[in-house]
Ligand binder design. Structure first.
Ligand code: FAD
Length: 630
């Protein structure tokens, strides 16, 4: 019997961001003994960085808004590749999840008549983002944590132990899931727990639990220029694959149009879309407001074609069309990329985002306090008086674990996923604000799904000693090599290759090259060497992260090479058109040995009543002739 620290729970939630905390609250409210595990300090998850807001069709600022309009916008933003059932549940349930947050103690900015205020964002027809200045993620996490504490207080009153039903384990990394015996026909075994280590001491721990909810966020750290933090190494994506689950939509990566480009030390840090939602405009080095030249055919009737009309829209949105700076993110990122390539970029390779000539200084400081602070501190730029230099940055992965829309269940019994680690909801491109709402809607559903699953079990699958010994062997492997390479070298090479060869604009020959580099990196990673011991050893942590990053990067590169069209967050120089036939297909990635196979799978046809929410002329832009006849 291996000597490791052991804990036993009903539901394990891996991740303490918005999705993880909402799932944990739900599982605990269904009576499950629930644990939350997270790599960083509790309260430091990626969600805390979210700035702009939560999208929910509450109709507080424009009564014309409702779930159907939100659904339509989400499908358009994702270029109709979205899992329509997820988009429907999301649009219907997001308002309830926001109001519920208020009952947990969230304090949103208000309208003059005291309702939750909502702001404009790219791709949303009406002002829809509930917000707290530009620090919405912080308030979301604060309120969810407050709810966790209140549940723990209830548990103390009941049992004398605050952590009897809901316990948080922070600075802990899960390296592998543990499963019971596999089913007939090579079916993956039921989830039995998770194995990992305390980051500080390096000591191993086994968590035994029949249900695991993955809420580990994204994969952005595989790209050199990114808005994502150190935690985004695709752990949940890789854990799911190794357990036998499939990933979908991995070719779709969102490059946010506005990341900082200068100074180099902060390149990639996000400049929130609220700057544009609140009136900010994009200009090139010639001072031209260039977005008017980049309105694609599918959006022509919805966006203003003159500066006058665009400016009038802020005061009179019912009688004017939106400014093209508020096109979905993929469109704006490509436009900036083209301007820079054409030699009309800023000194440091970006373009100019100006809010200083659009709003009074005091208003900018009130609406965008974090942006004001960020530019002053990091770039010595006063955004109330000067434009910002901005350019695209890897921001969000649309792809993730293939789940049942209603319960978050993956194809592995007992394994659930919610939030950025899951796939389908956003199709080929996510609209800003739709992630925070996704976390709450599907975090709740996954927590409930896990609880219902556990209740249905007649017995708990056991964690075998062999599985624990194997997980320990894999985790210790980086210490056994001698004379191998340093994990930092491989990490930097991976980020460079993904940025340069599978980035914002893609070509077959470059992706072929990327796959060769990934193969080479995989080979070298097998013999990399980590110096020192297990107590807080960043080299070792990175070596373990690399295993996950290489696997998910291969998914991105292989799926991107196979999809011979351009759609949302996947732009091919060699296949620039969007092809209606491709909309009917998902690319499904599965682990095979230490590599990846990708297969086509038919997309489930959209339900007729949802299709009827669109004009026929709009559907003609996306659907095949055969579908339109049907
Ligand atoms: P996260 O909040 O990232 O949490 C992941 C958790 O998993 C962390 O606790 C981490 O420690 C843990 N974890 C990961 N791997 C492991 C492991 N192996 N073992 C243990 N724990 C692990 N979206 C919006 O809708 N509106 C916005 O305004 C907005 N602004 C954004 C601003 C920035 C700068 C960024 C980067 C993103 C923004 N987004 C926004 C996107 C949104 O914030 C994220 O998509 C969302 O927060 C992801 O939440 P999550 O719960 O899925 O994961």
């Amino acid at each position: 019997m291996p000597e490791v620290e052991r804990h036993s729970f009903d539901v394990l939630v891996i991740g303490a961001g918005g999705a993880g905390l909402r799932a944990a609250i739900e599982a605990r409210e269904h009576g499950m003994r629930t644990a939350v595990l997270c790599k960083s300090l509790f309260g430091k998850a990626h969600t805390v960085m979210a700035e702009g807001g939560i999208a929910a069709a509450m109709g507080n600022v424009n009564a014309g808004d409702n779930w159907q309009v939100h659904f339509r916008d989400t499908m358009r933003g994702g270029k109709f590749l979205n899992n329509w059932r997820m988009a429907e549940l999301h649009a219907r349930e997001a308002p309830d999840r926001v109001w519920e947050l208020e009952t947990y103690g969230a304090l949103f900015d208000r309208t003059k008549d005291g309702r939750i205020s909502q702001r404009n964002f790219g791709g949303h027809e009406y002002p829809r983002l509930a917000h707290v200045g530009d620090r919405t993620g912080l308030e979301l996490i604060r309120s969810l944590q407050q709810k966790v504490v209140s549940l723990q207080q209830e548990d103390f009153a009941d049992t004398g132990d605050y952590e009897s039903r809901l316990k948080v384990f922070q600075e802990f990394t899960v390296t592998d899931l543990v499963q019971g015996e596999g089913g007939a026909g090579g079916k993956p075994g039921k989830v039995a727990g998770a194995f990992g280590y305390w980051r500080e001491s390096g000591r191993f721990v086994l968590f035994e639990a029949p249900a695991v909810v993955l809420a580990t966020g994204g994969i952005g750290k595989s790209f050199k220029v990114t808005s994502n933090s150190w935690e985004y190494t695709g752990d949940g994506h890789a854990l799911a694959m190794r357990a036998g689950a499939s990933l979908i939509n991995m070719e779709f990566i969102q490059f946010h149009p506005t990341g900082m480009v200068w100074p180099p030390s902060v390149k990639g840090i996000l400049v929130t879309e609220s700057v544009r939602g609140d009136g900010g405009v994009l200009r090139n080095s010639e001072g031209k407001r260039f977005m008017f030249d980049y309105i694609p055919e599918v959006f022509k009737d919805k966006y203003a074609d003159s500066e006058d009309e665009a400016d009038r829209w802020y005061a009179d949105p019912d009688n004017n069309r939106r400014p093209p700076e508020l096109l979905p993110r993929d469109e704006v990122a490509r436009a900036i990329n083209s301007e820079v390539k054409a030699g009309r970029g800023s000194e440091h390779g970006g373009v100019f985002l100006d809010v200083s000539t659009r709003l009074p200084a005091e208003e900018i400081k009130r609406r965008l306090p974090s942006m004001h602070h960020q530019f002053k501190e990091l770039a010595d730029v006063d955004i109330t008086a000067q434009p910002m230099e901005v350019g695209p940055t890897c921001h969000y992965v649309m792809g993730g674990v293939q789940v049942d829309p209603d319960t978050g269940a993956s194809s592995v019994p007992g394994l659930f996923a919610a939030g950025e680690v899951s796939g389908g909801m956003h199709g080929s491109n996510r609209l800003g604000g739709n992630s925070l709402s996704d976390l709450l809607v599907f975090g709740r559903r996954a927590g409930e799904g896990a609880a219902v699953y556990v209740t249905s079990l007649s017995e708990r699958p056991a964690c075998s000693d062999e599985a624990v010994v194997e997980a320990e062997r894999v985790a210790l492997a980086p210490f056994s090599g001698t004379g191998g390479e340093n994990p930092y070298t491989l990490h930097m090479e991976l980020q460079q290759a993904m940025n340069d060869l599978v980035g914002i604009i893609r070509r077959a020959d470059e992706m072929d090259q990327a796959l060769k580099r990934l193969d080479d990196l995989k080979r070298r990673a097998r013999s990399l060497t980590v110096e020192g011991h297990r107590q807080f050893n960043p080299g070792w942590h990175l070596a373990l992260d690399l295993r996950n990053m290489l696997l998910v990067s291969e998914c991105v590169a292989r799926a991107a090479l196979l999809r011979t069209e351009s759609r949302g967050g996947h732009t091919r120089d060699d296949y620039p058109r969007m092809e209606a036939d491709w909309r009917r297909k998902l690319l499904v990635c599965r682990a095979s040995g230490d590599g990846v196979t990708v297969a086509e799978e038919a997309q489930v046809p959209i339900r007729a009543d949802l299709l009827e929410l669109f004009e026929f002329t709009e559907l003609q832009k996306y659907l095949t002739a055969e579908e339109l006849e049907g």
